[in-house]
Design a protein around this ligand. Structure first.
Ligand SMILES: C[S@@+](CC[C@H](N)C(=O)[O-])C[C@H]1O[C@@H](n2cnc3c(N)ncnc32)[C@H](O)[C@@H]1O
Length: 211
């Protein structure tokens, strides 16, 4: 899916991803993967003024958002990820180290909020790694991302959350319904061992893309 460019960066479809892997592998715990690229494909249809990414990792998604939106903010709980993105000249975004989006002022609303949370169910025998484990069922971090994002969403905006069939989708869907939100699956990718999905969540039962 991705190719190594001559400079040691990445390219994906027509996107030139400026990520020096020799550097990023030393600093980052999470390298761009199939989930990252599915989210990149999915957000291409959205327009607006302001965008927020929760859990920026390498900043590949944030970089794309900063080309499409004039106000862009990214958060991560991992300071190393923020520091890595801060040193990248082509990421034009405000970066905040916090849990979900909990530290952000609710006076600023976002037209698009995206999150590719860790989604693997936690195996007790392993060490808890926040970049890959999403809690006991795998959906807990996704739900936390969503809950922290709602008060930041503009009235006609959309939240995109990436999920996997390896985590409890029913738990996530139940939570969306309890919060009184609308959702639909906008992208799906079947891999050998799992299916990745991107869920669009909004206040309304209507299509919110192409704004
Ligand atoms: C699966 S990686 C995705 C990284 C990047 N967005 C991508 O698509 O390649 C999940 C990211 O979420 C961050 N993260 C995990 N738990 C978090 C939390 N509670 N609040 C903010 N960020 C979190 C991790 O540090 C990691 O960078």
């Amino acid at each position: 899916m991705t190719n190594k460019s001559s400079e040691g960066g990445l390219s994906y479809k027509n996107l030139n991803i400026e990520l020096d892997q020799s550097v990023s592998r030393k600093i980052l715990r999470y390298q761009p993967s199939d989930d990252t690229y599915l989210m990149l494909d999915s957000l291409a249809r959205y327009r607006g003024k302001s965008a927020l990414e929760i859990g920026i990792g390498s900043g590949v998604i944030l970089r794309e958002l900063s080309k499409r939106f004039s106000v862009v903010v990214g958060t991560d709980i991992d300071y190393a990820a923020l520091s890595f993105c801060n040193q990248s000249n082509d990421v034009k975004a405000d970066l905040v180290c916090c849990d979900g989006a909990k530290a952000l002022a609710t006076s600023q609303k976002y037209d698009l909020i995206v999150g590719n949370p860790p989604y693997l169910p936690f195996d007790d025998n392993d060490i808890f790694d926040r970049t890959i484990y999403g809690g006991i069922t795998g959906s807990e971090t996704a739900i936390e991302f969503l809950k922290s994002a709602i008060c930041l969403l503009s009235q006609h905006g959309a939240i995109l959350i990436l999920l996997s069939s390896l985590s409890s989708l029913s738990q996530f869907y139940r939570e969306v319904a309890l919060l009184g939100l609308s959702r639909r699956t906008i992208s799906r990718k079947k891999l050998f061992f799992e299916t990745l999905l991107v869920e669009e969540i909004s206040f309304f039962h209507q299509q919110v893309h192409n704004r």
